[in-house]
Design a protein around this ligand. Structure first.
Ligand SMILES: C[C@@](CO)(OP(=O)(O)O)[C@H](O)COP(=O)(O)OP(=O)(O)OC[C@H]1O[C@@H](n2ccc(N)nc2=O)[C@H](O)[C@@H]1O
Ligand SMILES: Nc1ncnc2c1ncn2[C@@H]1O[C@H](COP(=O)(O)OP(=O)(O)O)[C@@H](O)[C@H]1O
Length: 313
């Protein structure tokens, strides 16, 4: 069973204070993008995880892989527990690792959807979302996709109306940034001074319903950007280079270090991507559009072997 699953960016990421459980209270607007991973789950006598593409050779393939944690969580939920569920998970990754685009969360969500189909479970997306939330704050969104307002630690979702397909250029950095480290850095910056905080999400939601990328471009905001830039100062140059290349605006995606640039249309995105590639400020440049749907089965037992993730335009 093969599942395609989107990455995400946060069009708006407002980070509140740290809670007693160590998580920060968030108000965020997620958008799912066409930069995807593909996850195949199959019954096997040789259980485990294989990783190809982004992160091949560095992403853990053992019990720490979020996809494997999803296998165990779903097995426990449906009473199939055993030490080692007899499942093989193959990840074909197009989403940058530790990039702030929720690739690990995407793989966990895809594994839940793929296994539910493989095991022919009578289980809805909302029930999967309760399991997903225990695996990580961003996992439920990868199940639903689209554009959504996230609250709590990001796991409580309501859909947001969008009237437009938005076109993005995505700049991958040389190496990833750890999410807890970036949250720690924003706490440190706030303890030392008072970095500006982004305002309400309401104007972003309005811009999404109007569908005007120019209006949306003025409103993109991320409270974690200051922390990501503090840990990775070169991101300032990347953000400038995207705008100089013709993007309407640029933002650090979630906890970074990936940068996302909003463009006026598909043609402009191709031009910005070409120019940014030549600027020497990042490892890889991709174009993507959003919103796209959440994790969905694209191939079953009888289907032809799926092609690798389509990450180029
Ligand atoms: C920042 C965001 C924005 O969407 O995504 P990424 O940029 O990492 O993809 C998320 O909040 C990341 O969500 P996710 O990566 O699922 O985080 P989790 O596994 O739940 O938590 C990892 C760690 O991040 C910190 N964390 C996460 C979520 C939150 N609301 N407050 C936090 O402080 C905590 O230190 C936690 O231990
Ligand atoms: N399936 C997976 N894909 C990517 N990373 C994973 C996976 N499972 C576990 N990890 C670990 O989680 C960390 C964060 O991964 P990722 O979800 O890609 O980043 P982010 O939280 O920035 O969006 C990685 O550094 C990696 O060690």
């Amino acid at each position: 069973m093969t599942v395609r699953v989107p990455s995400k960016i946060n069009l708006h990421l407002s980070v509140g204070d740290v809670r007693d459980d160590g998580f920060h209270e968030l108000v965020t607007v997620f958008q799912a993008l066409s930069l995807t991973d593909e996850v195949t789950v199959a019954a096997t006598d040789d259980p485990g995880v294989e990783v190809y593409g982004e992160g091949e050779g560095t992403v853990p393939t053992g019990a720490n892989n979020l996809a494997w944690r999803a296998v165990q969580a779903l097995a426990a939920h449906v009473g199939k527990s055993g030490d080692d569920p007899k499942v093989r998970v193959v990840l074909r990754k197009g989403i940058p690792v530790a990039g702030g685009m929720a690739g690990g969360s995407a793989d966990a969500a895809a594994t839940l959807v793929g296994l539910a189909a493989l095991w022919k479970l009578d289980i809805g997306r909302d029930e999967l979302a309760t399991i997903a939330a225990k695996l990580g704050s961003d996992v439920p969104f990868a199940l639903y996709g689209g554009t959504a307002l996230g609250t709590g630690r990001g796991e409580r979702l309501v859909p947001v109306l969008t009237r437009h397909t938005f076109h993005w250029v995505i700049a991958f950095d040389q190496k990833g940034l750890s999410t807890p480290r970036v949250y720690g850095e924003i706490d440190r910056l706030r303890a030392e001074g008072d970095p500006p905080r982004i305002g309400s999400h309401a104007p972003v939601v309005e811009a999404l319903s109007s569908g005007d990328p120019r209006q949306l471009a003025l409103l993109l905001g991320n409270d974690l950007q200051a922390a990501a830039v503090s840990l990775r100062p070169g991101l300032r140059r990347t953000l400038r280079a995207g705008v100089n290349a013709g993007a309407l605006s640029g933002i650090v995606s979630g906890s970074g270090p990936t940068c996302a640039f909003l463009c006026s249309d598909a043609q402009s995105a191709l031009e910005v991507a070409a120019e940014l590639s030549g600027a020497g400020v990042c490892r890889t440049v991709r174009v993507a559009h959003g919103p796209v749907p959440g994790a969905r089965v694209i191939g079953g037992d009888d289907a032809p072997r799926p092609s690798p993730p389509k990450v180029h335009a």
